[in-house]
Design a protein around this ligand. Structure first.
Ligand code: C2E
Ligand code: MG
Ligand code: MG
Length: 640
């Protein structure tokens, strides 16, 4: 809004400047024009007038000479010469003659008008000094042209003056014509200025619209950008402050999960294509009161006016659902999951910064805990600042061996016998105490040493496996790898070397890859899995069914186990739906010849139910929590 006011000001300023500029220019040109024309008219008038008078004076001089030669005009005959002397000469009938003096041997004869030239000091001076023989002067309001003439033949002198008309007429004629043309020129100039300014304004408006669009939109996805977001949200708060009404609004901070992976594996082109596809999906949520923005990178915002928390959560669930639909980019299939943080006005803040920050904190929590979406709560702030602290300490923790591997048993459901363990990492933090992976795995995944970290876990797990082997326990040890590790080209060689060094049979080591690895190109995953298989290690798909499942992915990957996610087990004793899901996964795995491991059994009811459904293998607190290797050894009892 502020921008459009600026634009209007700019337009009216431009018009004003152009109009006044043109008027100024026209007036200046006209003044110069009038001056020049006036000078030309004056010069022209004067020259015509003086030519005309000169002819008249010459004629009069001839008459005076004949009067002198006939003795009618002689010195000593001082005074006025009767007008009748000249009556027959039409030159003397001119009413405009105001002075005609003849000087004969220092006597002056005043011939007409009764004026004596001595009353005109200016003329006397000019004549006596012989500076000029003619010139202009003024009597009352009349312009007078005077002429002095000396007659060589008889020595008479003549001083003549008459009112000037031709000059005034010329000037007044010019003035009339000039004022008409000045008026016309003036109006033409004003209209021209107005028309030009309209053209320029239109071009400016078009340019402004384009610039405005560029300034407020993201060039890749064409969604409004963060500048526009500030404007919309700040305007909303401003309006609400001016006219306080109990309105609500919600901000959804949307972040793609593991977007970096796509960029790293398939390149930026694919990353860009993915962002464009997601933006197109988000555009479907745009209404009169709901806006979608690309904030930057893989972060999007939905700003929903008149929406309170419950409705915002429904909206978030819809966004997750819509974004999750499979996408094909450059021939590769993707399932994109997003994490969404929600902050609401007025409870979480009444200004942009608070709402934005809190939506971000909530998003971060949703991502860490794999919740999909999360509404802001005060305690999340503490968690968020803890995360920031932790991310700065990861390197130090790795060097100082603060990461400790815990082991959780995997059992035969029927007899509870432990056949393997899963290595689960913990951070023994000097201040925060024992931290579970939710606090730091995603930090590690985003850091540079995600590969070093996984290799560290493998090393510990293989060493422990060797320990158990040496103690007479043949236990398989499963290690979780991050989808980012699929990009570690040296991982297979490293594993081979470690297995050799510790003399551990490869089939005692199992690799668990979570389903979110569907974000990685299937060809990359297939290639690495083949290498793992060639090495002899076992392979599992972890957290199966958590929404990222792609059946073709499962079909194409040659794995030994599929681990059904805990979320289907929690209500298995009561829920027919969960039972149906578990049954269908069991059937699928039977057909594909994969073994199934159930995750997260906590109660006897769950265990019994799953046993009755035909499940063979499981993991869960009911059988044993993650624990230190020594504790697990105790749990194993005597080796058989
Ligand atoms: P996961 O691989 O699915 O591991 C199982 C998680 O479920 C573990 O959480 C385990 O403690 C928990 N769990 C097992 N049984 C039960 C149960 O009966 N009830 C409940 N409520 N929870 C149960 P944990 O140790 O917090 O690990 C969380 C996730 O962190 C793991 O999920 C895995 O994806 C990741 N993770 C753990 N260690 C590593 C690691 O070394 N590298 C990588 N990349 N990821 C790891
Ligand atoms: Mg696992
Ligand atoms: Mg799992």
């Amino acid at each position: 809004m502020g921008k459009s006011v600026e634009k209007i000001n700019l337009d009216s300023d431009l018009r004003r400047h152009l109009l006044f500029g043109t008027i100024g220019l026209v007036v200046a040109v006209l003044i110069i024009f009038i001056n020049v024309t006036h000078d030309i008219a004056s010069d022209l008038g004067e020259s015509i007038e003086s030519e005309h008078i000169e002819v008249q004076v010459n004629e009069i001089a001839k008459v005076v000479s004949s009067l002198v030669s006939t003795g009618q005009l002689a010195s000593g005959q001082n005074g006025k010469i009767p007008y009748e002397y000249f009556a027959s000469h039409h030159y003397f009938l001119d009413e405009d003659i105001i002075l005609l003096n003849v000087l004969i041997a220092d006597q002056t004869f005043t011939i007409t008008g009764g004026h004596h030239f001595k009353n005109f000091p200016e003329i006397v001076k000019a004549v006596s000094e012989k500076k000029s023989v003619n010139g202009f002067t003024k009597i009352n309001d009349d312009r007078i042209f005077w002429q002095y003439k000396y007659n060589d033949g008889d020595g008479t002198e003549l001083v003549f003056a008459r009112k000037v008309h031709a000059l005034d007429r010329a000037i007044s004629y010019m003035a009339t014509r000039l004022s008409i043309s000045a008026f016309v020129t003036f109006w033409l100039a004003v209209w021209a200025a107005l028309i030009i300014s309209t053209f320029i304004t239109q071009r400016f408006i078009k340019g402004n619209i384009r610039l405005n669009y560029l300034a407020n939109h993201d060039s890749l996805t064409h969604l409004p950008n963060r500048t526009y977001l500030y404007e919309i949200v700040n305007n909303y708060f401003k309006k609400n402050k001016q006219y306080p009404i109990t309105k609500k609004a919600s901000m959804l901070f949307i972040d793609l999960n593991k977007f970096k992976l796509i960029n790293d594996t398939l390149g930026h082109h694919s990353g860009d294509a993915l962002l464009v596809a997601i933006a197109a999906r988000l555009k479907k949520f745009v209404t009169k009161t709901d806006y979608a923005f690309r904030y930057g990178g893989d972060e999007f915002i939905i700003w929903s006016e008149n929406t309170e928390q419950a409705a915002a959560e429904v909206l978030a669930a819809e966004v997750i659902e819509v974004c999750r639909k499979p996408l094909t980019i450059q021939g590769s299939k993707f399932e994109v999951s997003v994490s969404i943080g929600i902050a609401c006005y007025p409870e979480d803040g009444d200004n942009f910064n608070d709402i934005f920050k809190r939506a971000d904190v909530a998003m971060y929590h949703a991502k860490q805990m794999r919740l999909g979406y999360q509404s802001y709560q005060k305690n999340l702030d503490i968690r968020s600042s803890l995360m920031v602290n932790l991310s700065g300490q990861l390197n130090h923790a790795l060097i100082n061996k603060q990461f400790i591997v815990f082991y959780q048993p995997k059992v035969n459901i029927a007899d509870g016998k432990i056949f393997g363990v899963e290595a689960l990492i913990r951070w023994q933090h000097p201040i925060e105490g024992l931290l579970t992976p939710n606090f730091f795995i995603s930090l590690i995944e985003q850091s540079d040493f995600v590969h070093a970290f996984t290799r560290y876990v493998f090393k510990q797990a293989i060493a422990q496996c060797k320990n158990w082997c040496d103690s007479g326990y043949e236990l398989s040890v499963a290690v979780n790898i991050s989808p980012y590790n699929l990009l570690d080209e040296g991982l297979v060689t490293y594993l081979e070397k470690e297995l050799k060094q510790h003399q551990v049979p490869a089939d005692l080591i199992e690799i668990e890859l979570t389903e979110s690895a569907t974000m990685v190109d299937i060809e990359v995953t297939k290639k690495l899995f083949k290498q793992f298989r060639a090495l002899g290690v076992k392979l599992s798909i972890d957290d199966f069914g958590t929404g990222m499942s792609s059946l073709s992915y499962i079909k194409e990957l040659d794995v030994d186990f599929i681990k059904i996610d805990r979320s289907f087990i929690i209500n298995i004793a009561e829920s027919n739906e969960d039972e149906a899901i578990v049954m269908s996964i069991l059937l699928l795995c039977q057909k594909l010849n994969r073994d199934v491991i159930i995750e997260g059994i906590e109660t006897k009811e769950q265990r019994d139910k799953l046993l009755s459904l035909g499940c063979k293998y499981a993991q869960g607190y009911y059988f044993g929590k993650p624990m230190l290797s020594q504790e697990l050894t105790l749990l194993l009892g005597k080796p058989s």
